[in-house]
Design a protein around this ligand. Sequence first.
Ligand code: NDP
Ligand code: MG
Length: 383
Amino acid sequence: MKKRIAILGSTGSIGVNTLDVISGLGSRYVITALTADSSIRLLAHQARKYRPKIIFVGTELLAKKIKPLIPSGTEVVFGRDDLSRIVSRSDVDLVVFAISGSACLIPLVEAIRAGKAVALANKESLVSAGEIIMKLARKHNVKIIPVDSEHSAIFQCLNAIGKEFLTKIYLTGSGGPLLKVAKDKFDSLPRNFILKHPKWKMGKKISVDSATMMNKALEIIEAKHLFGMDDKSIEVLIHPEAIIHSMTEFKDGSVLAQLGTPDMRLPIQYALTYPDRAGGVVKRLDFSMVKALTFLKPDFRKFPCLGLARTAARRGGTSPAVLCASDEEAVKNYLEGRIRFSDIPKIIEKVLSRHAEITGPSLSDILKAERWAQEEARILCRR
Ligand code: NDP
Ligand code: MG
């Protein structure tokens, strides 16, 4: 039986890599749906190549523009609710969530409610609403397969030794483009330096998050929910070679790690083939070329986002959603040239300090907190 796939965010870095992996896997997979926000040229090209039944774009105007560029048998939709309808279709078995930011949350919830298999790259949804998502997944018997490389690594280790023996997670990260740059130089660096990650080629939002280390910070909360761990048992380790993608320590002190060339196509492929494995497109690791594997502790003073995430994780409730939404807005304003790089953590900290959190929030509390935080951050960015 072929696996029928919907890729939300097919025009982004993860989306394009997912299509590449599927091409390499051959005829066992069929693409039912592809979605983009505004990249209609690339989406049209993907539609001609993969012949999905349905595609989604962000606006009615874009839907009109793309129509003549795609096969006549492909339907085009554009309303926000249409993303939720796509993930619930009866001809979709697995949904890849590769949309960046908060737009992923509602379709993810709908996919889980519809009992679809979930390959989750988007981390913001889990950070904002992890408890609700994990509870819903348990209720609908849905396995969330992480695509984020660290979480895929942990997930793979836990397939070897049961979670009941897990005592600690080492979340590794390369350190990003600013690892060796002094803090007082951050604001003088051009945006393309910040966006150029030394090990991974990714979308703009996550690239800025990697530079502030907010990416690793969000990953602590992501891991906390995915693996049911207290955030005190999750340690961030800087590992510049990016060969070890994360490690798990068990009750008896034994540590398991997952290694591989830094290529997102590997965790993407595992999420698609899970629990099986397949040959694929990813280059093998050549250990004779790996000179050393080094580790250091992260610098919380240089990268305050790490501490902000710890605070938000401990406060719980709507705080992680506020962390996420204020970061998204601050990053957007940084990319648009409105604020300096060093303003990003300051804005998030201010918004978090003004937030009166709600404990045990509902989904609508979370959405409301996100909108509030986005607006607060927007006002601060315009000052
Ligand atoms: P990109 O910015 O490259 O791509 C984002 C995709 O989402 C694009 O297809 C974009 O469409 C679409 N999109 C953006 N906003 C909206 C919206 N409001 N509504 C509908 N679609 C939207 O991001 P990445 O691929 O880098 O990252 C995707 C997610 O995966 C993020 O949450 C990130 O944290 C996570 N992730 C990414 C990794 C990576 O290597 N890139 C690694 C680990 C996790 P359009 O092209 O039209 O703008
Ligand atoms: Mg990651």
